[in-house]
Design a protein. Structure first.
Length: 257
């Protein structure tokens, strides 16, 4: 079966021809959560931007359902982009401070009117109800509909960012360190939410993190990026297997997994 996402032999450099990404390849199946781990500077966010078609690779391709994203333009690119949404590390930076919650979560739908028809048909004429339904999906009460970002906790803000990201019913959610800015006690709640969404709406993930425990909890498979190269790919239950790359073992040991 064709994978949902294929990352094929991606190369990228910015200056001095030093490869930030060097021959990076992996696939993500439909409904799969793929964890990408690596220390700061290993190239994770660069790969996220390339996957989101926000940046072009120097070589290699990214295909979604067999379609090369970097060959698309205009309407076709817009149509493909709907299927890949993103959750960034810092929800405060990714939410518009001037928009109330309800407008924030349904804003993407204004750009894709067709998507609304396919979504919650019974409430689609009432934008506030649609927003409330999205909040419900991420465990937030409709009481928050008229709040502004500064009136929310960090965890609530990240939930709003997630509600917005799933409003277009994407196939793939790219999460770039989505819990790193949150208190430890809140991180686990957000990880649980990602896990619930995986099961309830069949969402697939490229889940980028430097937190091996989080990746082991959430992900089906894991790739390890080191200096822009994928040095290890394995099912997450085999994280502590003796077959792991020495670098993976050192990472696991460092956090006492
Ligand atoms: P990570 O997300 O794993 O911390 P990044 O992808 O952000 O890694 O960065 C990988 C490397 O690429 C770093 O050395 C960083 O300085 C460099 N880099 C990232 N983006 C740019 C850019 N726009 N211009 C120049 N160098 C960049
Ligand atoms: Mg990063």
């Amino acid at each position: 079966m064709q994978p949902l996402l294929e990352i094929n032999h991606i190369y990228k450099s910015y200056i001095n021809d030093i490869n930030v990404l060097h021959d990076v390849s992996f696939t993500i199946g439909a409904g799969e959560c793929f964890g990408l781990v690596g220390e700061s500077g290993s190239g994770k966010s660069t790969l996220a931007r390339i996957t989101l078609a926000l940046e072009r690779p120097d070589a290699g391709e990214v295909t979604l359902n067999g379609i090369n994203l970097h060959r698309l333009k205009g309407k076709a690119l817009r149509a493909a982009r709907r299927h890949i949404q993103v959750v960034f590390q810092d929800p405060t930076a990714s939410l518009n401070p001037r928009l109330p919650v309800w407008k924030t979560v349904i804003e993407p739908l204004d750009n894709y009117p067709d998507a609304v028809a396919a979504f919650l048909t019974e409430v689609r004429h009432n934008r506030r109800d649609l927003a409330a339904a999205l909040l419900h999906q991420v465990g937030l009460d409709r009481e928050l509909l008229d709040r502004f970002p500064h009136q929310l906790s960090g965890g609530q803000r990240q939930r709003v960012a997630i509600a917005r990201a799933i409003s277009l019913q994407p196939q793939l959610l790219v999460c770039d360190e989505p819990t790193s800015s949150l208190d430890v006690s809140i991180q686990a709640q957000i990880l649980n939410l990602f896990k619930e969404l995986k099961e309830s709406i069949g969402l697939s993930y490229l889940f980028i993190s430097h937190d091996l425990a989080a990746v082991r909890f959430l992900c089906d498979r894991v790739g390890v990026l080191r200096h822009g190269r994928v040095v290890d790919v394995f099912p997450s239950r085999e994280l502590l297997s003796r077959d792991r790359h020495a670098y993976t073992r050192a990472m696991a040991k460092a956090v006492q997994l």
